[in-house]
Design a protein around this ligand. Structure first.
Ligand SMILES: *[C@@H]1O[C@H](CO)[C@@H](O)[C@H](O)[C@H]1NC(C)=O
Ligand SMILES: *[C@@H]1O[C@H](CO)[C@@H](O)[C@H](O)[C@H]1NC(C)=O
Length: 989
């Protein structure tokens, strides 16, 4: 008894005990059991959580609960007969207080969030109806929780109940009429006691994990009052034998989604009231019993996904009430009987994936005026598409006749304008048709799939009158002519797929208006010209393929385009992309015209040019436009999503979404995982990039893991950076090495969480030209960064601190370093939102791996600094806006730094050189040489011994000067720098 747990009950009971004689005299004799019910309900309430105070009227001071909300009493006995607490957002547990309610007939707690298990002795001798559905009850169904003697209705559906049902659960079930256990995780077989519940009319055991072979012959078929039997969505097996005829009242039988096999019992045809029959997703074999087709009441019939063979009998016409017929994915053969047009109420007919042959019955689309969905795809149907009536177009929403050998014109009748058709799929047929312009009248069309259906002619301009079209697939036809400019009206399109046709002309720039577009497939056509730059604005594009056309020139500089790889671009006449071997054809002059002075805003220019000559100014401007046009040449500066060409065309929209999510996941999946313990105030975190961190971990002793400071004892110091000392740390005998940077604590943020957040962000940066961070160690005293080790030191060392025995960098190496550095910075700027700004681009932060590939280091670390100190603004590298701190600093300050590095790489000189009585600023010096008409090539590093190609060195110098423009907006973006370098390296015919 729970009452003594309740703080309020004990005093009341004590009171009752003490004063019983007085009270008994004072109150009527029914009061004591009534007070019992009050206690019971208050105890029950105290186990529940009632956030909205629905039960506030349940007051322990009341004499009787009959006036409380949600309670009903028998007017004669004044005992509680019913409690209905449905949908009151109650949580908490089912206590035992209810045992006091000895006269309770109906208890309903449906659609709350009550958890815990069902108490073993819920105990209601008089209960007739119990509804605990749609809660979070868990655990097993207790063997004797109910005295079922009087129970008629039991609903435990949609909870979290598990385990097998106790064998004697239904021992006393002579009154039980209705039971649902649907949507739990119950398992095991059906307890045989259930078969003795002879009053049952509804048995719903669907969506559990029940298994075994139910006893039909002497069990279920003997429940002669059964109207609804639902065993769907379990793991039942075995056959379904004859004998079902004994269920004279059967209306619904649902066995779908199990492992039943054998033939379909023919005597289902003897259940005259059968309305719904679903045997889908099993392994039934043999034919559809002809006897079944006598069922004049049947409205829903599904045998989909079985192994049925034989024909669809003519007698199907006797199913006059049939509304839903799904026979898809069986092995049915023969023709579709023309008598089916007598089933005049048919609204869904699915015959997909059988071997039906012959023609579609002639009157199918004229006589059947209520069809909503017709799916005959994947059969061997031949002949012409049958005519269709206006009524058909009014009702139909999904028409899928794909994968047959149908011919003739795409149905185009009257009534198209008001048509509700949403999904039209005639792909993989032999239509030999044109695209009728009337398709544009289909106001509700969302999916049009006519792939590989021998359609010819041009794409009608008004295909998208309605604006609802989301998927347009016309691949593999003989469509010719241009892609109409009006395609831009298809504002809902997210998949546009026109590959493998004979389309000509250029790609219309109006495609850039399709802001929802995710997939653009134009490969294998004869499209010409350059892709419109505006396409770069399509932010949602995930996959593009324009391969095997006759395209030339630049790719759009933004969006997905710079990351397209060869498979998406190859086979054209000359698309310019660093990821593409082969020619690059431009309509613009060679980039040697790069003019670093050609910008009105550049102070050096106004200072040095003749201000009275407007002609020179305008020609300068024009030249700059040329340069900026070149700037946009296609390139892949960064690869955000590894998605490239998609062979998704057959995937359903859902599969596409899954694909997209997967792609995004693999891109975003935080490669970060926390490892070793949070020692008090210190933490060691290794970013899990698969092998490397486990490698690191494997070679750290426990002691080192717990005390990474001891690492430094066996590491060799290899340099001193602004942010601290760098050590080299070999990992055991593997030959692998990592770099450890000991940060100078006085400059670093002292909050572990800030540090953690910033460094974890940097840990996600992965690019071949960016030194990858492998982990960090933090204590208030000591901060270590663990990074990739670059064996060839820094560019600074190779350029300015080279010993006499070290050979000078060749031009090829220098170009590789500049190009890689640009790629790395472009990834930081364009691969992240917000962009990661380096703030400190200079040769000592460009490290070199064994193959002289550059790896930019120390990116983003300035965010860790307590404040942006003057000290890290290095004269010569800092862009003017950084130095003067008055302007908005953007990633363009890195472009400035890059420009200075490029000047150093070409000239071999330091950015600022202090002479006896002068200071030489490298960028001003080179700019001066160029301006004054001197041979600027005189400044090229003599250490290269004169072996360098002028046609590369000169444009690189000019690019460097554009990058060091004093006005940030005049500098190209890093993506554009990557593109320009690519063009400089690409021989132009
Ligand atoms: C349909 O296929 C059956 C064999 O399954 C064949 O006997 C019959 O001739 C075919 N009918 C047509 C019209 O091709
Ligand atoms: C494309 O057009 C050319 C010439 O007009 C023709 O030879 C070729 O067969 C056509 N290709 C297709 C797939 O229709």
């Amino acid at each position: 008894m729970a009452s003594h747990h309740h703080p309020l009950l004990f005093p009341i009971l004590a009171l009752l005990t003490l004063f019983t004689p007085t009270l008994a005299a004072a109150i009527d004799e029914a009061a004591i059991p009534l007070l019992d019910e009050v206690f019971g309900l208050i105890a029950f309430k105290s186990d529940l959580i009632d956030p909205s105070s629905h039960l506030s009227s349940w007051n322990q001071d009341d004499d009787s609960p009959c006036s409380w909300r949600y309670i009903a009493c028998n007017p004669a006995t004044r005992r509680v007969s019913s409690i209905s607490l449905d949908s009151l957002s109650l949580s908490g547990k089912l206590g035992r207080g209810l045992r006091k309610l000895t006269h309770l007939k109906s208890l309903s707690l449906s659609n709350n969030n009550i958890s815990g298990s069902i108490p073993p002795s819920l105990g209601f001798p008089s209960l007739q109806s119990l509804n605990l559905s749609r809660n979070s009850l868990s655990g097993a169904v207790p063997a004797s929780f109910l005295d079922l003697d009087s129970l008629k209705f039991l609903d435990l559906s949609h909870n979290l109940l598990s385990g097998p049902l106790p064998e004697d659960l239904f021992r006393n079930c002579s009154s039980l009429r209705w039971i649902s256990l649907s949507g739990n995780s119950l398992e095991g077989s059906i307890p045989s006691t259930l078969y003795g519940c002879s009053a049952l009319n509804t048995v719903v055991l669907s969506r559990n994990r029940f298994s075994g072979s139910p006893d039909f012959t002497s069990g279920i078929w003997s429940l002669s009052r059964l109207r609804t039997l639902d065993l769907s969505g379990n793991s039942f097996s075995g056959s379904v034998p004859e004998g079902v005829y004994r269920l004279r009242n059967l209306k619904e039988i649902r066995l779908q989604g199990n492992g039943f096999a054998g033939t379909i019992p023919w005597d289902l045809g003897l259940c005259p009231h059968l309305n719904r029959l679903d045997f889908g997703d099993n392994a039934f074999t043999g034919p559809i019993p002809e006897y079944l087709l006598r069922l004049g009441s049947l409205s829903h019939l599904s045998f989909s996904n079985n192994l049925l063979t034989g024909n669809l009998p003519d007698r199907i016409s006797e199913l006059t009430k049939l509304e839903f017929l799904d026979l898809s994915h069986n092995g049915l053969t023969g023709g579709i009987p023309s008598s089916i047009v007598s089933c005049s109420g048919l609204s869904v007919i699915r015959l997909r994936g059988n071997n039906f042959n012959g023609t579609i019955p002639d009157q199918m689309f004229t006589n059947l005026g209520s069809l909503v969905e017709v799916d005959f795809s994947g059969n061997q149907l031949v002949g012409a598409l049958p005519p269709a009536s206006p009524a058909f177009f009014n009702s139909i929403q999904i028409l899928d006749l794909s994968g047959n050998q149908l011919t003739g014109h795409i149905p185009a009748g009257n009534g198209l304008i008001s048509s509700g058709l949403k999904h039209l799929n005639l792909s993989w047929n032999d239509l030999h048709s044109t695209l009728p312009p009337e398709l544009g009248y289909l106001q509700n069309l969302e999916v049009l799939d006519l792939r590989y259906s021998t359609v010819h002619g041009s794409i009608p301009a008004d295909l998208c009158e309605s604006g609802k079209l989301a998927i347009l697939q016309l691949d593999g036809n003989s469509l010719s002519g241009p892609i109409p400019e009006e395609i831009g009206n298809c504002s809902s399109l997210y998949l546009l797929s026109l590959s493998h046709n004979n389309l000509t002309g250029s790609v219309p720039s109006s495609i850039s208006k399709l802001s929802k577009l995710e997939f653009l497939k134009l490969e294998f056509n004869s499209l010409t010209g350059e892709l419109p730059m505006e396409l770069g604005a399509l932010e949602n594009l995930l996959a593009v393929n324009v391969s095997h056309n006759q395209l030339v020139g630049r790719l759009p500089a933004a969006g997905i385009f710079p990351s397209l790889d060869a498979s998406a671009l190859q086979g054209n006449l000359g698309i310019c992309s660093p990821l593409l071997k082969g020619p690059c054809k431009l309509d613009v002059p060679k980039p040697l015209v790069l003019d670093p002075f050609a910008n009105a805003g550049d102070p050096t220019r106004t200072r040095n040019r003749n201000p009275e000559s407007p002609a020179s100014s305008s020609s300068g401007h024009r030249m700059f436009l040329t340069a900026s046009a070149i700037i946009a040449i296609s390139a892949a500066a960064f690869i955000i999503v590894g998605v490239v060409v998609v062979t998704l065309l057959n995937a359903s929209a859902r599969k596409r979404l899954a694909f997209v999510e997967h792609a995004l996941e693999s891109m975003c999946s935080s490669s970060v995982s926390k490892s070793s313990g949070n020692l008090a105030g210190s933490r060691l975190v290794l970013f899990d990039s698969k092998s490397s961190s486990s490698l690191i971990r494997r070679h750290l002793t426990d002691d080192e893991t717990n005390n990474p400071e001891s690492l430094l004892s066996k590491a060799a110091e290899i340099g001193e950076g602004e942010l601290g000392t760098v050590y080299k740390l070999p990992l055991g005998s593997t030959g692998r090495t990592v770099a450890v940077k000991k940060l100078d604590g006085s400059k670093i943020v002292q909050f572990a969480d800030d540090f953690d957040r910033e460094v974890r962000l940097l840990g996600k940066v992965k690019h071949q030209n960016l030194l990858s961070l492998k982990g960090f160690y933090w204590t208030p005293r000591l901060q270590l960064l663990i990074a990739e080790y670059a064996p060839n030191g820094s560019l600074q060392g190779k350029l300015h601190e080279r010993g006499p025995s070290t050979p000078a960098l060749t031009w090829a190496e220098r170009f590789k370093i500049l190009s890689g550095t640009a790629h790395g910075l472009a990834h930081l700027h364009h691969g992240f939102r917000p962009p990661i700004i380096h703030y400190n681009v200079k040769p000592s932060n460009v490290l070199l791996d064994a193959d002289m590939n550059p790896k930019v280091s120390d990116y983003g670390l300035t965010r860790l600094l307590t404040q942006r100190e003057e000290s890290h603004v290095v004269v010569g590298y800092a862009a003017p806006e950084v130095a003067c701190r008055s302007l908005r600093v953007s990633e363009k300050c890195d472009v400035y730094g890059y420009g200075v590095v490029a000047l150093e790489v070409v000239t071999g000189r330091r950015p600022v050189e202090y002479g006896e009585d002068s200071v030489v600023i490298l960028s001003d010096h080179v700019r001066g040489l160029l301006e004054e008409g001197n041979n600027v090539l005189e400044c090229v590093d003599p250490a290269m011994g004169g072996s360098w190609p002028e046609e590369e060195v000169l444009p690189v110098l000019k690019l460097a000067l554009v990058c060091t423009s004093h006005v940030p907006s005049s500098r190209p973006s890093m993506a554009e720098v990557v593109q320009i370098l690519q063009v400089i390296r690409t021989p132009i015919p």
